[in-house]
Design a protein around this ligand. Structure first.
Ligand code: ZN
Length: 448
């Protein structure tokens, strides 16, 4: 029997230009798929009243180290340089598979609670083969849509991040591909989280890129952030190695040369920007406008909850404010008007939804409320005091709403949050992630 859900009488922001906005509209979901978006739909369905709600596609976080949920806020004042020592060299080596499971469970639920329906889990915590198993199990249990990006182990900085000679174990990635990702059509898909030139020797870089291409999975890599990677000219080096391609997401991109921007754009690569981390930790200015000027469709990401909040509203505002601050200051300095390419609130919403799906390679199935796509839908309570009265629904979401206003979250047609409550064992997830915190702190003490 066909299962139908009808979202009735919401303010629908489809983020699909062909569907547009409906100040009062219905969204019909059939067997997990968006069947119709229209002013009024009659259907024999479970009805969710969306009066006073803004209905949007779920947010897409295109890069988060979900395993760090156990160590939330341990590095509040860290720079990127500190982070390598305090997190990758201190906590990462201590992680057990149980810690990864707890963090991915709590972290993915945190995403769903905040209206993030698709997550790229940049998982560079694969210290044993049981680690990826634990990460994937947790993601699966939460019902989130995720791209699991299989990364390296992290047992020491010297071994894994400075001219590393150790490649991601191809044998285990092949095992994971066969065991969990036989089809690319599921809720979970696979990618390879690589470190790239400067962090690894060229043989390792080449072998990791070949592995991804052999397995036909996308690649995600941090580039051009901070003093360190900014100097490597990583994209230029990848170009010299003949490795650039449309299957690769470049994270941060703060210190690209003009040539590197062109190389990324010409090769069809995609971009993930983590504005709160970048401004706060010294990666550089979040280059949202730069990416757009090069014809790219940038997306947003959270990166690390060790140091920044885990929701998309923060990222939208951080990028919007940082870019406008930068351009305002430069224009004031040059005594010229600001360019008409200044970011808009609506653009930010598009960047956080549809662009994210594009970057995660999932635009055929999510990122907008388009009939035929999978139903990843979020309803924002616009009757709340921090949102009402609504003049411009896109601005209300981009500039006023926060996690407390995320009332309904649907992933793949399944209601994961209803009436402001997650449909999950939140108490268990919190207990596990607190136990993980205690275990990691004790292990850190024991090692000191
Ligand atoms: Zn990152």
């Amino acid at each position: 029997m066909t299962h139908r859900i009808l979202l009735r009488a919401g303010h629908v922001l489809s983020m699909d230009p062909a569907v547009g906005d409906l100040p009062q509209g219905d969204v019909l979901i059939e067997d997990g798929k968006i069947a119709a978006v229209d002013r009024e739909i009659g259907a024999d369905a479970e009805v969710l009243d969306m009066t006073g709600r803004i209905v949007i596609p779920g947010f897409v976080d295109t890069h988060r180290h979900t395993w760090e949920a156990s160590i939330r806020n341990v590095a509040p004042d860290a720079t990127l340089d500190d982070y390598f020592v305090d997190i990758l060299d201190t906590f990462a080596p201590l992680y057990t598979p149980e810690d990864v499971y707890a963090a991915n469970l709590a972290g993915a639920l945190e995403c769903l609670n905040a209206g993030i329906t698709t997550l790229v889990d940049w998982s560079h915590i694969n210290n044993t083969p049981e680690h990826p198993d634990a990460a994937i199990r947790a993601l699966t249990e939460t019902g989130i849509r995720a791209q699991y990006a299989y990364g390296s182990a992290n047992t020491s900085l010297a071994d894994y991040w400075f001219e590393s000679k150790i490649a991601i174990p191809g044998e285990d990635v092949r095992r994971v591909r066969t065991e969990y990702f036989a089809s690319d059509g599921g809720l979970l898909t696979l990618a390879l989280a690589t470190r790239g030139p400067g962090f690894c020797v060229n043989d390792v870089v080449t072998s990791e890129w070949s592995l991804a291409r052999e397995l036909d999975i996308p690649i995600t890599v941090h580039v051009a952030m901070g003093r360190l990677a900014g100097r490597f000219g990583m994209v230029k080096q990848l170009h010299d190695l003949g490795l650039l391609g449309p299957d690769t997401t470049y994270v941060h991109c703060c210190y690209f040369s003009e040539e590197e921007w062109r190389l990324v754009a010409d090769s069809g690569g995609t971009v993930s920007i983590a504005p709160q981390v970048e401004t706060q930790m010294g990666h550089g200015w979040p280059p949202v406008m730069k990416a757009i000027e090069h014809g790219l469709r940038p997306s947003l990401s959270i990166d690390v909850v060790t140091t920044v909040p885990g929701d998309m509203f923060t990222q939208i505002r951080a990028a919007f404010a940082a870019e406008r601050a930068r351009v305002n200051a430069a224009s004031w300095q040059a005594d010229v008007p600001v360019p008409d390419t200044m970011l808009t609130a609506r653009q930010m919403l598009e960047i956080a939804t549809r662009n994210g799906a594009h970057v995660a390679g999932l635009e055929d199935r999510t990122g907008s409320l388009t009939p035929g796509k999978r139903a990843d839908v979020v309803a924002i309570d616009a009757t709340a005091l921090n949102v009402a009265p609504v003049h411009d629904a896109a601005a209300a979401v981009a500039l006023s709403a926060d996690v407390s206003n995320v009332e309904t979250v649907i992933v793949d047609g399944v209601v994961r949050k209803r009436d402001g409550r997650l449909m999950a064992d939140v108490a268990r997830a919190r207990r596990l992630v607190e136990e993980s915190r205690d275990r990691l702190l004790a292990a850190k003490e024991a090692r000191a």
